[in-house]
Every structure is written in structure tokens, then in C-alpha cells.
Design a protein around this ligand. Structure first.
Ligand code: GLY
Length: 363
């Protein structure tokens, strides 16, 4: 078992990582328990595949599941209000934890509900996808989408505990697993060139189900994220913004493709990271070889790496317009995370939308 501490003083918490952890979730949750029940928010797919395993792990506790439709469309006002009403209808006591059992959508949605119901209740993240295990379950970003864009409404609300069971990944479709792997590679590109080299050597084994590779990737990613979150919890110093390497481009690609199954978030991140490295090379920050190396690795595991693969070649102006709606854009310029080498991400805010559009049309 590995435990990573997110060192945020009174808001600090443990991330516990162990294969088979669901089987002893009850014991790990005992210190947080306020009542004889556990309220679990999940989605239909996760609940069907893994619900029984969690219920068994919770032992004698009475489990109250709230099972929502799967997919990004659930990160919406109507689903949020319905969830809050269900929680209040169950007589949720202040201080009673809500368990978020699922991928990033469930974590963001249940976490936001926990942030606002009765002015704030604790919540526990039990992430079941690779993307949620290595990124979204740690750090306290919660929220929903709005007409104006993705994650436009939300709150920082740190979980009280994160329980990661890599065995849950066995239930994931291979495409979703691969998409989550893009977020693993991200940590190498942001600040750990050795970890990127590890990914090059072990990424295929991880995706094929190698338990040691999975455990190492999750532990390394969570440790990197915990360090960054502890340094810049609310993204005020710029340190946490580095976690968005590839993400501004990714959100633009997702917006242009309608946040659909056409392009999963992690797939968009893979293309976005390659674009970020290629733009870095054009601006003389890193060598073209670094960008090629990233593209070669992501392609080797079956991830898309070009705008053409997303059906978006020639869409530079439309994508650049989306970049200006990003929460991080300032004074009419996008804020992009680029890199002056593998493992050395940095924020760049002096690129004009026209320059980005022209770059994207050539990319
Ligand atoms: N996923 C980016 C962050 O948590 O800051």
C-alpha cells in the first residue's frame, strides 16, 4: 500500500493506493463515518461493473446509492440540482461524507454537490478510471459545465480522503484507459523527464494490464500532483496552471467536436500536448526532436497526435477563438502551457490569437 499526503494543513488528506483496496473500504472510511450508512454517488456503468465490489468492501454498513446517467452531460445544472435534492431528501447530516465513486464526471459533480449542500459536507473520492485516479480525484477542483464552457461553474473543495484501487481499471474499455494514460504522460512532460523515459519504456505494459507498471504510474502521478496542489492550491501562483499542459488546446478541440465520444478528453489532451511541444519548438523553447519524441510515444500506444485525426485540420481560427474563452485567458490573449524541454513546462501569455490560429492551420 502507498499513501501520498496532500499537505494542505487543516485541509490536508491522504491518497491511499492499493490493488484490491475497494475490499477494505469500510475500514478505511470508519474514521470519517458519522452515521451507520454510506451515501454513494456513482454512474450507471460504474455501478453495474463495480458497485457490488464496493458494497462488499463497505461490510455491514447500509449503503445508499445515488446512480446517475454516465457521461459529460451529467455535469449540468439539472443533474446537480437533482442530486442536491436527493441528498437533502435522504436527510444528509452536515458532516456526513458523500462518496464519489466513478470517473472524473462523478468526482467533479459529487464534489461540487458536497461543496454546496448544507454549506459544505466532506466527500471521499473513489476514482475508477485512470484519468480520475491520476488527476481529477486529487486537488479539490469540483464543478459542472455551463453554456459558456466546460468547468465554468464550481468550487475548490478538497476531499477528506482519496481511495485508489488500480484493480478498478480492469473494468475500463481500452480506449478510455488509453485516454487516461495521456494524463500520466503529462506528469513526465511537466516536471520529470526520467518519468517520461519510464513511460516510453513501460507505457505499453501499463496499458496491457501490468500491475506493477500501473501502481508505479499512479503513485508517481499522484505524488507529482500532490506536490503541485500543496504549493498552489487555488492556482494563484501559476504553479498549478502547469497541470494544464495540453489542456487549453484540448478544451478547444473538445468544444469544436461537441464534447462527444468523437474525441475523449484524454485523446484531446494527447493531441494538445503534441501541439504544445510543437509550438514550443517553433518558438525556440525546445528542439523539434522533443516534440517528435512525445508524438512518437503517444502514437505508439494508440493515442491520436494530430488535428487531422480529430477531423480538425484547417480549423485554426475556430480553435483559437475557443482558447480565448478559457478561464486562464487574459486581456485577449490565451495563456498556454508550453515547455522548454521534456520535463520543463512553463506558462506563456504573449501569444496572439492570430499567431495561434496560423500555427494550428499548419500543425
Ligand atoms: N487537472 C488540473 C488541476 O487539477 O489543476
Amino acid at each position: 500500500m502507498a499513501t501520498v499526503r496532500v499537505a494542505l494543513a487543516e485541509r490536508g488528506y491522504d491518497v491511499v493506493i492499493e490493488a484490491g483496496l475497494l475490499g477494505r473500504a469500510g475500514a478505511l472510511l470508519t474514521p470519517l463515518a458519522r452515521t451507520g450508512r454510506q451515501i454513494v454517488v456513482s454512474d450507471e456503468n460504474v455501478w453495474a461493473a463495480l458497485g457490488e465490489r464496493l458494497v462488499a468492501g463497505l461490510g455491514a454498513t447500509w449503503v445508499e446509492p445515488i446512480v446517475l446517467p454516465p457521461g459529460e452531460a451529467s455535469k449540468s445544472w439539472p443533474v446537480l440540482t437533482g442530486l442536491v435534492d436527493r441528498l437533502l431528501g435522504l436527510g444528509l447530516e452536515r458532516g456526513e461524507p458523500i462518496l464519489a465513486f466513478g470517473g472524473g464526471v462523478i468526482g467533479d459533480l459529487a464534489g461540487f454537490a458536497a461543496a454546496i449542500v448544507k454549506r459544505g459536507c466532506p466527500f471521499v473520492q473513489i476514482p475508477t478510471t485512470l484519468l480520475a485516479q491520476v488527476d481529477s480525484s486529487v486537488g479539490g477542483k469540483t464543478g459542472i459545465n455551463a453554456a459558456a464552457g466546460k468547468n465554468m461553474v464550481g468550487a475548490f473543495h478538497q476531499p477528506a480522503l482519496v481511495l485508489i484501487d488500480p484493480d478498478c481499471l480492469g473494468a475500463l474499455p481500452p480506449r478510455e484507459l488509453r485516454a487516461g494514460y495521456a494524463e500520466v504522460v503529462k506528469y513526465g512532460l511537466i516536471g520529470d523527464a526520467d518519468f517520461f523515459a519510464w513511460c516510453e519504456a513501460n507505457g505499453a505494459a501499463l496499458l496491457a494490464g501490468d500491475p506493477a507498471a500501473r501502481a508505479h504510474a499512479i503513485e508517481t502521478s499522484v505524488a507529482a500532483k500532490a506536490t503541485i496542489v500543496a504549493e498552489d492550491e487555488r492556482e494563484t501562483t501559476g504553479r498549478r496552471a502547469l497541470l494544464n499542459l495540453g489542456h487549453s488546446f484540448a478544451h478547444a478541440l473538445e468544444a469544436e467536436t461537441g464534447f462527444s465520444h468523437h474525441l475523449l478528453h484524454g485523446e484531446a489532451v494527447a493531441i494538445g500536448m503534441v501541439l504544445a511541444l510543437r509550438l514550443s519548438a517553433e518558438r525556440g523553447l525546445c528542439g523539434a526532436g522533443d516534440a517528435d519524441r512525445v508524438a512518437v510515444h503517444l502514437k505508439s500506444v494508440g493515442l491520436p497526435t494530430s488535428l487531422a485525426e480529430a477531423g480538425l485540420d484547417g480549423a485554426g481560427a475556430a480553435l483559437a477563438a475557443h482558447l480565448l474563452h478559457d478561464k486562464k485567458a487574459k486581456a485577449g490573449r490565451p495563456m498556454l502551457i508550453l515547455a522548454d524541454g521534456i520535463g520543463r513546462a512553463l506558462a506563456v501569455a504573449d501569444i496572439s490569437p492570430a499567431e495561434v490560429a496560423e500555427f494550428l492551420d499548419r500543425a
